[in-house]
Design a protein around this ligand. Structure first.
Ligand code: HAX
Length: 437
C-alpha cells in the first residue's frame, strides 16, 4: 500500500469510529431549520451534507482543512526556485488533514507522473470531435472516455466487498487526477494549435508538466499554474460542481462518471464558465469603448449598460461569500508581482474598484464583490493562453482534486445514496394552510 493510501486509511478509520459514536449519541439533535424561501431559493445555506476537505466562511472565504489560502501559500511545500505551493501538497492535505513534507509531495508528483498514461482510445475519441464543440464539453467527453479504465467499475462487476470501495476509489481518483493535464492539454493543442501536441515531461511536477504540455514553459507561468491549481481545487461541498460529484458518486458511480457530472455543472455560466464570460465581457467593453485603457468612469458607464440589458456582471457576486474572494485576492497579489503594467490586468483592477459600489447600490445583490473568476482570465492571457473558452477546462482540472479527494472520504465513510425529499407547490400551500390554522 502506498504512503498516501496508508495514511488515508489510518485517518479515516479513526473518523469512521468517531462518526458512528456521534451519530449514535447525538443523531437526533436538530442542526438546522428549513424555511420555505430556502426551498424555493436554491437551498441556500441549508446545512445538510458532509464535506471534510474544505469549509467556506462568508466573510473570510475558503479554508482547506482549517488553512486559509494565505496560509497554504506559506505552509505547503514548494519545489526549489518556485514561489507558489505545489497543488500536490493541497491534495495530500485534503486527503489526510496533514501538511505534507517536501518528500511526500515529491513522491506524489512522481506517483501522478507514473499514473499519467492516457489510453489511446481517449485520444481517438477526442480526435473525432469537431472543433466547434466547446472545450468544456470535449473535456467532459474525455473524462467519460477515461472511464473504461475505472478500477472500481471492473472490480464491482466482478463482485467486491463494500469494505473495499474506498481503496478502488483511491486508485481511480489518483489515476484520473494524474491524467487530466494530459487530456486537457491535448484538447487545447488540438483545437488551437492544429494538433501540434507536446509530449509530457514526467520529471516535472503536475502543474509544470501541464504548463509544458500547453506549450507555455515560462517559469512564472508554471508558478501561476501551481497557484491556479491550488486555489480552484475545492470550495466546500454545496457548490454546484462539488455537490454534483457527491450526488452522482452516491449512486456508486465511479470517479470518472461522478467527475463528468460535476464538470457539466462547472460548465454553466453562473458557475465555472464565468471565467470565460469575464474575459468575453472585458473584450466587448474594450471594443465598445474603443480603448484598452478605459477610465473608471467609462467602466462604470459600461457596467450600467450591461445591467440595463438584464445581463449579470460576470465574476461578481456569490451564493455564499459576502466579501472579496480570497482566491481573487491571491491572483491579484500574483499579478502585482508579475504583470502589473498589463492593460487587461489593469482593467480587472479598475473593474474591482468600480463594480461593487454599483452592484451594492442596486439593493438586491447580496454580494457585490468579485469572485475567483473575475481575475483568472487576464493573467492567463498575459502568459499567452488567450483562448477564453479553454479557461473553464483549466478550472475543471483543478476542481477534480477537491471533489475526488472528498469522494474517497465518501466511500471510506460508506455514505449512502443521496435522496432529499422534494415537495410540490400544492404540498407547500397545504403546509402553510395547516400551519396557520
Ligand atoms: N450582476 C448582476 N446581477 C447580479 C449579480 C451580478 N454579478 N449577482 C447577483 N445578481 C442578481 C441576481 O441575478 C438576482 O437577481 P434577481 O433577483 O432579479 O433574480 C439578485 O441579484 C440576487 O442574487 P444573489 O442572492 O445576490 O445571488 P445568488 O446567490 O442568487 O447568485 C451568483 C449567485 C454567483 C449566481 C450571482 O451572483 C451571479 O450570477 N454572478 C455572476 C456570474 C458569476 O460570476 N458566477 C461565478 C460565481 C462563482 C463561481 O461559482 N465560480 O465558479
Amino acid at each position: 500500500m502506498d504512503r498516501l493510501k496508508q495514511l488515508f486509511k489510518s485517518k479515516y478509520s479513526v473518523s469512521v469510529d468517531e462518526i458512528k459514536a456521534l451519530v449514535k449519541e447525538s443523531g437526533s439533535m436538530v442542526i438546522d431549520q428549513v424555511q420555505i424561501d430556502q426551498v424555493y431559493g436554491g437551498m441556500r445555506g441549508i446545512q445538510s451534507m458532509i464535506w471534510e476537505t474544505s469549509s467556506l466562511d462568508a466573510k473570510e472565504g475558503i479554508r482547506f482543512r482549517g488553512y486559509s489560502i494565505a496560509e497554504l501559500r506559506e505552509k505547503l511545500p514548494q519545489i526549489h526556485g518556485a514561489t507558489e505551493p505545489l497543488p500536490e501538497g493541497l491534495f495530500w492535505l485534503m486527503m489526510t488533514g496533514e501538511i505534507p513534507t517536501d518528500d511526500d509531495v515529491a513522491w506524489l508528483s512522481q506517483e501522478w507522473a507514473r499514473r499519467a498514461e492516457v489510453p489511446a482510445s481517449v485520444f481517438t475519441v477526442l480526435d473525432s470531435l469537431s472543433p466547434s464543440i466547446h472545450p468544456m464539453t470535449q473535456f467532459t467527453i474525455a473524462i467519460l472516455a477515461l472511464q473504461t479504465d475505472s478500477v472500481f467499475a471492473r472490480r464491482y462487476e466482478q463482485g467486491m466487498s463494500k469494505s473495499d470501495y474506498w481503496e478502488v476509489m483511491y486508485e481511480d481518483a489518483m489515476n484520473c487526477i494524474a491524467r487530466l493535464p494530459r487530456v486537457s492539454s491535448y484538447i487545447y493543442r488540438k483545437n488551437f494549435y492544429n494538433s501540434d501536441h507536446i509530449a509530457p515531461d514526467p520529471s516535472l511536477d503536475w502543474s509544470a508538466n501541464f504548463a509544458h504540455m500547453l506549450g507555455k514553459d515560462d517559469p512564472a507561468f508554471r508558478d501561476l499554474m501551481r497557484l491556479y491549481m491550488t486555489i480552484h481545487a475545492d470550495h466546500e461541498g454545496g457548490n454546484a460542481s462539488a455537490h454534483t460529484v457527491h450526488l452522482v458518486g452516491s449512486t456508486l458511480s465511479d470517479a470518472y462518471l461522478s467527475l463528468a457530472g460535476g464538470m457539466t455543472a462547472l460548465a454553466g455560466p453562473l458557475h465555472g464558465l464565468a471565467n470565460q464570460e469575464v474575459m468575453d465581457w472585458i473584450y466587448d467593453m474594450v471594443e465598445d469603448l474603443g480603448t484598452r485603457r478605459p477610465s473608471k468612469e467609462q467602466i462604470a458607464e459600461y457596467v450600467k449598460k450591461t445591467l440595463s440589458q438584464g445581463i449579470v456582471v460576470p465574476g461578481y457576486g456569490h451564493a455564499v461569500l459576502r466579501s472579496p474572494d480570497p482566491r481573487f485576492l491571491a491572483q491579484k497579489d500574483f499579478a502585482e508581482k508579475h504583470c502589473k503594467e498589463d492593460d487587461l490586468v489593469n482593467i480587472v483592477w479598475n473593474v474591482f474598484e468600480t463594480v461593487p459600489e454599483i452592484l451594492g447600490s442596486m439593493g438586491k445583490i447580496k454580494n457585490p464583490w468579485p469572485n475567483v473568476d473575475a481575475h483568472s482570465g487576464a493573467i492567463l492571457e498575459y502568459y499567452g493562453v488567450k483562448e477564453h473558452n479553454f479557461y473553464t477546462v483549466m478550472f475543471g482540472v483543478s476542481r477534480a482534486m477537491g471533489v475526488l479527494a472528498q469522494l474517497c472520504w465518501d466511500r471510506a465513510y460508506g455514505m449512502p445514496l443521496e435522496r432529499p425529499k422534494s415537495l410540490t407547490t400544492e404540498e407547500i400551500k397545504l403546509f402553510i394552510k395547516n400551519s396557520t390554522n
